[in-house]
Design a protein around this ligand. Structure first.
Ligand code: RI2
Length: 310
């Protein structure tokens, strides 16, 4: 297989959600760029730079919402080299660093976030987030007796992946349909979800249904926590950019719509939770209030801003 075909294959898996989850798609893209940079044949340094830029663009276009993807690609593609060999090594080193930091971040988030879970707590989670599961798993490992309520997360049923992971860890779990969230909220002590994007003012963009859960949590006075690596924060939002919400295929919701004449299916993959509904964002840099998101972007991703606005 040609190196570019391998990138196209990974991009296809990300688009179809065979590889999914904001963190996983970011590390898969980084690994794919490394593999490509090490394998691609180029006639000149310019040719190499052009080819790797095309590969990066292929990966970038797969999922329009997740800022993890654009942050990862920019971190991997930020290299200074004099020749092709130097560039190959720099891209490979950047990718390795990104993947390692990402794994460490998820662990750290677990350690920090788990302190918010008390012995005997019931935690509700939505979709399937590695970062959120890290928090739950760290609380369980520290000996706390906890119960988890997991939503199905239609239409792609990522909740089934979540209950599988929790089951393997030996954590007592209940599966509910998405519309049962209000019915169980009074039994929940803490909601923990992941993030696809966090904007400069602390607004959360996450799996469709998250905003309704946050609303229910607020009404029931239940704490709502977001678990997110710092590369889920969007530097572009400081520059005024809006977050694009991915609309996916109608067939994910209804396999055959052909018998209806006046019906169309809408399938937004993500929704927007205002910062007022979020008690805490747990990152590898610490647990912060949503209002501190701007600082995370300046301090952790600031270099990207300078690059963009320059
Ligand atoms: P981690 C997922 O998106 C969910 O929205 C989840 O909350 C978020 O990514 C973060 O997941 P999708 O790929 O990075 O299922 O914490 O659309 O694993």
């Amino acid at each position: 297989m040609k190196p570019i075909d391998r990138v196209t294959e990974t991009a296809g898996k990300i688009s179809s959600m065979e590889i999914r989850g904001a963190g996983r798609i970011a590390t898969a893209a980084a690994a794919s760029l490394k593999e490509y940079a090490l394998a691609v044949q180029a006639e000149s340094f310019e040719d190499f730079n052009q080819k790797t830029a095309v590969a990066a663009d292929l990966l970038l276009k797969t999922r329009p919402t997740a800022v993890s993807l654009s942050n990862a690609i920019r971190m991997v593609m930020k290299y200074k080299a004099d020749d092709i060999d130097g560039a190959r090594q720099a891209i490979a080193a950047n990718a390795d660093r990104f993947i390692e930091n990402s794994q460490k971040a998820v662990e750290k988030i677990g350690q920090i976030g788990s302190k918010r879970i008390r012995d005997g707590d019931t935690v509700l989670t939505h979709c399937n987030s590695n970062a959120a599961i890290s928090v739950i798993s760290a609380a369980h490992k520290s000996g706390k007796n906890i119960k988890v309520i997991a939503t199905e997360s239609r239409p792609r049923f990522q909740g089934i992946t979540t209950i599988g992971m929790l089951d393997k860890m030996g954590i007592e779990t209940e599966l509910i349909v998405d519309s049962a969230v209000r019915s169980v909220m009074n039994d929940v002590d803490l909601v923990v979800v992941g993030a696809d994007v966090i904007t400069a003012n602390g607004t959360l963009v996450n799996k469709i249904g998250t905003a309704q859960i946050a609303l229910c949590a607020r009404e029931a006075r239940t704490s709502f926590m977001v678990a997110a690596e710092t590369y889920k924060f969007s530097p572009e939002t400081i520059l005024g950019e809006l977050v694009t919400i991915e609309e996916r295929e109608a067939t994910e919701v209804l396999a055959d719509i052909s018998r209806y004449k006046h019906v169309r299916v809408r399938n937004p993959a993500f929704d927007v939770t205002p910062h007022q509904y979020i008690d805490l964002i747990c990152t590898e840099a610490g647990a912060i209030s949503p209002e501190m998101s701007y600082l995370i972007i300046r301090e952790r991703l600031g270099w990207e801003m300078k690059e963009d606005s320059g």
